[in-house]
Design a protein around this ligand. Structure first.
Ligand code: BT5
Length: 266
């Protein structure tokens, strides 16, 4: 389907937030909303600035991977956060965002979205949305975090490139109807604002149970691919630093800070 440009006014009307949405930057096309938001943050943009693009020419995933970003049908946005967390707890931002994202999209589809550690929202095993949090840290504090989110909204299966068609899904595919992006984006920003507020005011312990309730792989056998090695075992959950705990097949637990999780048959 061919989409239409976003009506930013409709997103802003009735937006009820405490921290996010202090300023909106809406552009038809960007290389990457994360890159643009980083430039804003480096030039002193306040917490809560939101950057939205109708299309990205160099949408990014983790580790230099590509985020497929066709025009007008999906959501691509990034927020400038200036959290008071210590740098070691920066990964909590991604986990907090996954809780908010899971809650927000759940109200637009009949199926249950689940979190795949650390940064994916899946439905029926297919990727609906991804999170890219990039931090700039000093020795003792986080200067800023750029929290970027991509959600497949009205992305039709036939428009998906071969590389992702079998592994990706969209709200259109799941709910079998077109979703207007404005109320969805408003809901996303509000849920992110709420979860970020909880993290800032009450700490990660207030978010962790909700993360675990939405974690799709609790107790399941998984393989985790890291840059230099692979671990197989059973997913046990997360710890306070946002690390994934895996009970290894060959005994003992391992904390994993960064990696790609692949579910295995039990
Ligand atoms: C992510 O990375 O899932 C993070 C995606 C973040 C995208 C947002 S859009 C707004 C902001 N600006 C940016 O430039 N980025 C953020 P990762 O876990 O590394 O997953 C990337 C992988 O997902 C790719 O290698 C593909 O296999 C797959 N993929 C790419 N585009 C996709 C899409 N539109 N839907 C589903 N899967 C996709």
């Amino acid at each position: 389907m061919k989409g239409v440009p976003l009506h930013l006014r409709e997103v802003q009307d009735g937006l009820a937030t405490k921290r996010l949405g202090t300023k909106f930057h809406y552009l038809t096309e960007l290389d990457s909303t994360n890159s643009y938001a980083r430039r804003l943050a480096e030039n002193g943009a306040p917490e809560g600035a939101v950057v939205i693009a109708d299309r990205q020419t160099q949408g990014r995933g983790r580790l230099g991977r590509n985020w497929v970003s066709p025009p007008d049908v999906n959501l691509y946005f990034s927020m400038v956060l200036r959290p008071t967390l210590p740098p070691i707890h920066a990964p909590q931002i991604t986990l907090m965002a996954a809780v908010a994202l899971g809650d927000a999209v759940a109200s637009f589809i009949p199926q249950r979205p689940v979190i795949k550690w650390p940064n994916d929202i899946l439905v029926n095993g297919k990727k609906l949305a991804g999170i890219l949090a990039e931090s700039s840290c000093g020795a003792e504090r986080i200067e800023f975090v750029i929290l970027g989110i991509g959600v497949n909204v009205n992305f039709a299966r036939e428009s998906m490139p071969d590389g992702i068609r079998e592994r990706a899904t969209s709200l259109l595919i799941l709910g079998e109807k077109i979703i207007s992006r404005e109320p969805l984006l408003r809901r996303l920003i509000q849920d992110l604002d709420r979860c970020y507020g909880i993290l800032e005011e009450s700490g990660f312990d207030s978010i962790a149970p909700r993360w675990e309730a939405r974690f799709g792989l609790q107790g399941r056998r998984i393989k985790v691919e890291m840059t230099d090695h692979v671990v197989t075992g059973r997913a046990k959950g997360i710890d306070r630093d946002g690390a994934l705990i895996v009970e290894k097949d060959d005994g003992g637990n391992q904390r994993i800070i960064a990696g790609d999780v692949i579910p295995l048959e039990d």
